[in-house]
Design a protein around this ligand. Structure first.
Ligand SMILES: *Cc1c(COP(=O)(O)O)cnc(C)c1O
Length: 281
C-alpha cells in the first residue's frame, strides 16, 4: 500500500500510517472480527449493495455491536475513495471484536476501511489457468467472512511444495471452496455445479451463476462429491479479484485437456460484460 494512502477509522479519514488501534482488540488477541472486500473502478464500487448486504448479514449473524449504519458505511466508502483520488483499487471493510478487558468478551466494534491498489491475478495464472491442491478443511462459521485465514496462510509453503497456486478445501466427502474463492465445475452435460452449503456465499459466485443462466446453461447448487472432479470437463474459481478463473490442474492431474476451457471463457466474458454494464449506470 502506498504510504500516502488514506484510510478510514471509526469516523475519520486519516493517513493509513497514522491510524492506530489498541492492543487489546479481539481481532488481535483472538482473531475475532469480520471483513469484506470488493473492487472499484472509475471511483465506482462494484456491486456495492451486495457487499454491504453480506457485511451486515455477518454483523447480524454474530450479533456484533457495530456503531455504524449501512448508510454510514456506504458514505464512508465513497468519502475514502474520493479522498484518495485514485480511480481504481480494492476496498477492505474491517470490523473488529472491539477492546476487551478480559480478552474474550466482545465490546463495541472498531471499524476501519483500507484502500489498496487495483489487485491483479498474476499474469501466468490469468493466462494459463490456476493449479490447485486438495486439502481437507472446513471453514468455521462458513457463511461469515471472518478475518481468520489461519489455514490458508499456514498452507502457503505447502502449496509451493505441491506446485499449486491455491488450495481446494473439502471435508473428506464434499468439495467446499478455496482459501479466498468459490469453486464451480462443469460436467459432461455442460451443467455448472457448485456447492451451496458450508461455503462463503461469494458475490462473484452469485453473479457468475446469473450470467450462466442467462447464457442458457444449467446450474446446480448442491453438495458436490470430491469424486466428481474425476469427470469434470472444466473447473473454475470465482472471486471479486479473479472473476471466473479457469483451474487447469488438481493435485497434478490435468482438468480436461489442461487448458482453460471454452465454457469458463464464455462465462468470464459474460461476467466482464456485466461489470461494464454496471459501470455505466
Ligand atoms: C471472499 C471469499 C470468497 C469470494 O467472495 P467474493 O464475494 O466473490 O469475492 C469465497 N470464499 C472465501 C473463503 C472468501 O473469503
Amino acid at each position: 500500500m502506498k504510504n500516502s494512502m488514506k484510510c478510514y477509522l471509526n469516523g475519520s479519514i486519516l493517513p493509513a500510517s497514522e491510524a492506530n488501534l489498541q492492543l487489546n482488540d479481539l481481532a488481535l488477541l483472538r482473531g475475532y472480527g469480520i471483513f469484506d472486500y470488493f473492487v472499484f473502478q472509475r471511483f465506482q464500487p462494484r456491486f456495492l449493495t451486495d457487499y454491504i448486504d453480506r457485511f451486515f448479514g455477518a454483523i447480524d449473524y454474530l450479533g456484533l455491536d457495530c456503531p455504524y449504519s449501512r448508510d454510514e458505511v456506504r458514505q464512508a466508502i465513497h468519502q475514502l475513495i474520493a479522498a484518495n483520488e485514485v480511480p481504481d483499487g480494492g476496498i477492505r471493510l474491517v470490523l473488529t471484536g472491539g477492546y476487551s478487558n478480559n480478552g474474550f468478551a466482545p465490546t463495541t466494534c472498531n471499524f476501519f476501511i483500507l484502500q489498496s491498489p487495483f489487485p491483479k491475478v498474476p499474469d501466468h495464472i490469468q493466462n494459463n489457468g490456476g493449479r490447485v491442491a486438495l486439502y481437507q478443511h472446513q471453514r468455521e462459521i462458513p457463511n461469515v467472512k471472518s478475518i481468520n485465514y489461519m489455514t490458508g496462510i499456514y498452507l502457503l509453503p505447502w502449496l509451493k511444495e505441491q506446485g499449486a497456486d491455491y488450495p481446494l478445501y473439502h471435508d473428506g466427502t464434499y468439495l467446499r471452496e478455496s482459501d479466498r474463492s468459490n469453486f464451480c465445475l462443469i460436467d459432461k452435460e455442460g451443467t455448472v455445479i457448485t456447492p451451496k452449503d458450508k461455503v462463503l456465499m461469494g458475490i462473484t459466485r452469485k453473479k457468475v451463476l446469473e450470467v450462466a443462466r442467462d447464457l442458457g446453461m444449467l446450474v446446480e447448487e448442491r453438495e458436490v462429491l470430491v469424486g466428481e472432479l474425476d469427470t469434470a470437463v472444466e473447473v473454475f474459481f470465482t472471486s471479486s479479484i479473479k472473476g471466473a478463473l479457469p483451474i487447469v490442474s488438481i493435485d497434478g492431474k490435468a482438468v480436461g485437456n489442461g487448458k482453460p476451457g471454452p465454457k469458463t471463457q464464455a462465462l468470464s466474458e459474460a461476467y466482464t460484460a456485466l461489470i461494464s454494464a454496471e459501470q455505466v449506470q
